[in-house]
Each structure stands twice: as C-alpha cells, then as structure tokens.
Design a protein around this ligand. Sequence first.
Ligand SMILES: NC(=O)c1ccc[n+]([C@@H]2O[C@H](COP(=O)([O-])OP(=O)(O)OC[C@H]3O[C@@H](n4cnc5c(N)ncnc54)[C@H](OP(=O)(O)O)[C@@H]3O)[C@@H](O)[C@H]2O)c1
Ligand SMILES: *[C@@H]1O[C@H](CO)[C@@H](O)[C@H](O)[C@H]1NC(C)=O
Ligand SMILES: *[C@@H]1O[C@H](CO)[C@@H](O)[C@H](O)[C@H]1NC(C)=O
Length: 336
Amino acid sequence: MAVTAVAALLAALGGALWLAARRFVGPSVQRLHRGGDSGLMHGKTVLITGANSGLGRATAAELLRLGARVIMGCRDRTRAEEAAGQLRREICQAGGPELGPDSGGAGELVVKELDLASLRSVRSFCQEVLQEEPRLDVLINNAGIFQCPYMKTEDGFEMQFGVNHLGHFLLTNLLLGLLKSSAPSRIVVVTSKLYKYGDINFEDLNSEQNYNKSFCYSRSKLANILFTRELARRLEGTNVTVNVLHPGMVRTNLGRHIHIPLLVKPLFNLVSWAFFKSPLEGAQTSIYLASSPEVEGVSGKYFGDCKEEELLPKAMDESVAGKLWDVSEVMVGILK
Ligand SMILES: NC(=O)c1ccc[n+]([C@@H]2O[C@H](COP(=O)([O-])OP(=O)(O)OC[C@H]3O[C@@H](n4cnc5c(N)ncnc54)[C@H](OP(=O)(O)O)[C@@H]3O)[C@@H](O)[C@H]2O)c1
Ligand SMILES: *[C@@H]1O[C@H](CO)[C@@H](O)[C@H](O)[C@H]1NC(C)=O
Ligand SMILES: *[C@@H]1O[C@H](CO)[C@@H](O)[C@H](O)[C@H]1NC(C)=O
C-alpha cells in the first residue's frame, strides 16, 4: 500500500519536473529574438485585427516596440482601450525615459472599432481608415473565433466562416488600393494547422443543413489559406505581398467557447503551461512576416516558426481558391 503511494507520488513529481524542464529548455523559448532592431518599423503603419487579446496583442506590442504606428481593429472599444493603455505602459517601463511615444523610439497606438461579424462595420471602419491614414504598410488579418455554438453574423453568415474568412475578405479588398499605393507593403494572414480537417463545401457555406463546430473552424482556416494563395496570384507585380502562417498552440482566450470540466481544469492548465506557447512566442511568425527584410518579395507562402512549410494539396487547389474568391465576392457584395 505505502509503497504504491510513494511510487505514485514520485511518478507525479517526476512528471511535473519533466514538464517544467520541457517548458524552460523547450525549443519555443529559443525562437524569441528580441532586442536590437528598434526603429525597424519606424514610419510604417500596421493594422492588426483582434489586437486587444492573445496573439494580436503580442504582435501589436512588438511592432510598436519596433517603431510602427499600430492601428488596433477591435470589436469592443472598452477592451481595446484597456489593452492599448497597458501596452503603452509596458513600452514606457521597458524603454525608460529615452523610449516612449514622444521620443520617436517606440511607435504609436490607435484604436478603431471593427466588428468582423458585420459587413456594415467593416465598411465604415475602412472608410475611416481610408480618410485618416495616408498609408498602410502592413495588414495583419489576425482576429478569429473558435468553435462557438451555432451563431450567425449580422448578414446571416455562419459565425466562424463569417468572421474568420468573409469579414477579412471584405476588409482586405477595401484596403487593397491603399496597400498598393503604399507598396512595397505586406498582408499577413493567421490560419491554423487545423485547416487539415476542413473542406470548402460550397453547397452549405452557412451550415444551415448541419453544423459541426470543429469542421466549421477548420473550413474557415482552410479558406484563409486559399484566400492568401488566390490573392498572391492577383497581386503579382504590385509589390504587395501576402503570406499565411500557423502560430502553433498558444495560451490565449481563443478557447472561450470550450467548456472544460472543473475537475480537469488544473490538469489542462498544467498541460497548456508546459506545452503551449506564450502569446509572445506564438506571435513570432506574425512579427517576422510583418517586419523581417528576409521575406521581402516573398508571397503566397505558408509559414510556421518563421520558416516556410508545406501545404496539403487541398490548400493549394487553384480552382477551389478561384471559386471561393468569386463566391465570397458575391456574399459580401463587392461583385463588379
Ligand atoms: N491560440 C492558438 O492556439 C491558435 C492556434 C492556431 C491559430 N490561432 C489563430 O490565431 C488568431 C488569434 O487568436 P488568439 O489565439 O490570439 O485568440 P484570442 O485571444 O481569442 O484573440 C482573438 C481576437 O479576435 C477578436 N475577434 C473575435 N471575433 C471578432 C469579431 N467579430 N470582430 C473583430 N474581432 C473579433 C477577439 O476580440 P474580443 O477580445 O473582443 O473577443 C480577439 O481580439 C485567430 O485567427 C486564431 O484562429 C490561434
Ligand atoms: C465534425 O468535424 C470534424 C472535423 O472535420 C470530424 O472529425 C468529426 O467527425 C465531425 N463530427 C461529426 C459529429 O460529424
Ligand atoms: C516594385 O518594386 C521595384 C523595386 O523597388 C520597382 O522597380 C518597381 O517599379 C515596383 N513596381 C510597382 C508596380 O510598384
């Protein structure tokens, strides 16, 4: 009896130690290349959707530190102003008196309202950006919603397809003129490895016949990749590039719709603490694609951990990508 209890205790201890060791010598930590480079993004304007939380917030913090003017496109002004205030304070503390918004070291933060679940909101957001911003150097389509219960957007689209794909589709199209006139400029799209489990079922894009929340998330993330590849083709010769990335598994608020039983929660927290990336680690590829000279001129590619990766054939299907583009134009009402 006592022997098994001691053995179990030792095993648990060993496991926890192993997890901790993994956490601190794991490969994800080494991927952080911070420091130096401040001023790399000076004079550049970057727009990030969903910049108040998780990966978007970490991406905003770093690009701000590199000197960019960062526009946070967020659906909730209160949450966004709160995040912006925190980011400004962090920058001031990290940089001391010689950094900060007034010195020309760190950049500038601007909050604007953008609800990707409303085409009306996307349109008025873009109108404001086009009126107020003389240039746009980087657009980061980052906002996302994950495995929510069945819901529809203001315009009647299934929520995950509507926010993750269609809202960003309209946003990007409306800002394309400004991106072209600011060239060389970049578009960065955040997808997920889970795209593998999706398909573009053109006969039921709003999932009215049957709703599977995992399938719909995967479908929206496959759409992000097909969109990137079709757009890269359309942008050839313009000096506007577009690339797509997966961040890996990251501790963010993305799982808000997933209910984990109370008893399992501590175990889940331990596992996510050991195996998931921090938001700043997860944001490295977004930051890289938005700012690194290494990817100047590179377009239509899929990245993970700041390196190009291979896609499954279904994500490279040009005819599906072309058809999705046409159908999306009709759905958001920009058919010329
Ligand atoms: N975390 C991961 O492990 C992981 C893995 C693969 C891919 N990703 C992708 O990474 C991206 C960022 O997610 P995250 O992990 O950072 O999650 P997060 O912390 O939940 O952040 C998502 C952001 O998207 C915003 N958003 C949601 N619906 C919106 C809408 N209708 N209009 C405007 N903004 C909206 C959220 O705003 P509110 O705060 O107001 O809700 C939030 O700012 C997503 O595209 C996700 O698919 C994440
Ligand atoms: C829902 O979709 C996922 C991913 O496509 C699939 O693995 C799963 O079997 C589906 N669930 C049901 C109940 O059909
Ligand atoms: C793209 O950039 C190259 C090199 O800077 C320049 O020569 C070319 O004119 C640019 N093309 C367009 C369409 O802006």
